[in-house]
Ligand binder design. Structure first.
Ligand code: MC0
Length: 140
């Protein structure tokens, strides 16, 4: 079902400071920056590697409000890995198949994600404590 790791989402307090650290320390470059008000994040995708199935990224996430998922996560855990995003060919099919196995779906239908992707989250309480995101990348 999964075609690749699309991205690793990392919760940060200060997006610009974290971008600089990833650029300087690992030589990564920013592929996109967006504010997603629905999700309550200001985020940047830093390109890591390409594959026939699509790119892989580090996604740095700063909350735009304290009561958002990333704001609550930071208050509880501090900075760190927030979620894993797996590439899928068809997010609606993947959701139906995973939901049929009894995994709680945070999103019943796909939402708008970074770089034009269609995304949907699975509940971390049903995925071994790892917030899991399905990502159908925009056509390229
Ligand atoms: C919360 N929990 C987590 C977690 N967030 N566990 C592992 N990883 C995480 N990231 C755990 C808490 O510790 C808590 O456990 C329980 O889940 C309930 O958390 P809560 O925050 O008190 O409760 P809810 O229900 O308000 O929220 C949890 C839920 C939410 C997963 C439904 O965070 C959510 O909707 N997340 C999906 C959306 C999202 O994360 N958006 C930001 C990235 P205990 O044991 O204390 O009960 S947006 C993004 O990434 C987009 C832009 C993109 O990729 O393109």
């Amino acid at each position: 079902m999964f075609t690749r790791i699309d991205h690793v989402g990392i919760a940060v307090h200060d997006l610009e400071k974290s971008i600089s650290w990833y650029e300087t320390t690992f030589g990564l470059t920013v592929a996109s920056r967006e504010v997603n008000e629905e999700q309550g994040v200001r985020e940047a995708m830093l390109f890591v590697a390409d594959s026939p199935a699509g790119g892989s990224y580090v996604q740095l996430l700063e909350p735009t409000r304290q009561d958002s998922p990333v704001g609550k996560f930071l208050a509880r855990n501090g900075e760190g890995v927030h979620h894993i995003g797996y590439g899928v060919d068809d997010v609606e099919n993947a959701l139906a198949s995973i939901g049929a196995q009894g995994v709680r779906l945070v999103d019943q239908r796909p939402r708008h994600g970074s770089m034009g992707a269609s995304i949907a989250f699975l509940h971390p309480k049903d995925t071994g404590g790892v917030l899991t995101e399905l990502v159908q990348a925009a056509k390229r």
